[in-house]
Design a protein around this ligand. Structure first.
Ligand SMILES: [Zn+2]
Ligand SMILES: [Zn+2]
Length: 129
């Protein structure tokens, strides 16, 4: 996959058992839909499954020779800037993938953890008898 920001090749990297695309040049990170939740919850898959996924994605990318703008994943021009977790991120309206610039993923994970703590607190509060 090609980096949304600097158009360099992104490499697959394992973060908490979740396979993400990371740009070695600008250190940007691409997450597919739902991957942030998986990183936060640490519901990582077994390593062999991650590798299988990587091979599968590699095959799917073979057909795409040039980056033509828009989403680096599904190649539709539907990237949107969104304000979330106190940072501005690029979200694809098509596949729901998200691009994080250097350091932003850490902020998002921290904010998300905080968020889920609040949710579980509220849940406990209301389910208490
Ligand atoms: Zn980049
Ligand atoms: Zn997309």
């Amino acid at each position: 996959m090609v980096c949304l920001r600097c158009h360099n090749e992104m490499k697959k990297q394992n973060v908490n058992g979740v396979l993400v695309d990371r740009c070695l040049s600008c250190k940007g990170i691409w997450l597919d839909k739902g991957e942030l939740d998986r990183i936060v919850l640490r519901e990582g898959d077994a390593k062999d499954k991650v590798i299988r996924e990587a091979r599968h994605e590699k095959r799917a990318e073979k057909d795409i020779l040039h980056f033509v703008g828009g989403c680096p994943k599904c190649h539709i021009p539907g990237m949107q800037k969104r304000r979330r977790f106190g940072i501005t991120i690029d979200v694809c309206g098509g596949c729901g993938g998200t691009f994080f610039d250097k350091g932003e993923l850490d902020k998002a994970v921290a904010a998300k953890k905080k968020e889920s703590k609040v949710v579980s607190f509220i849940h406990r509060f209301f389910s208490a008898k």
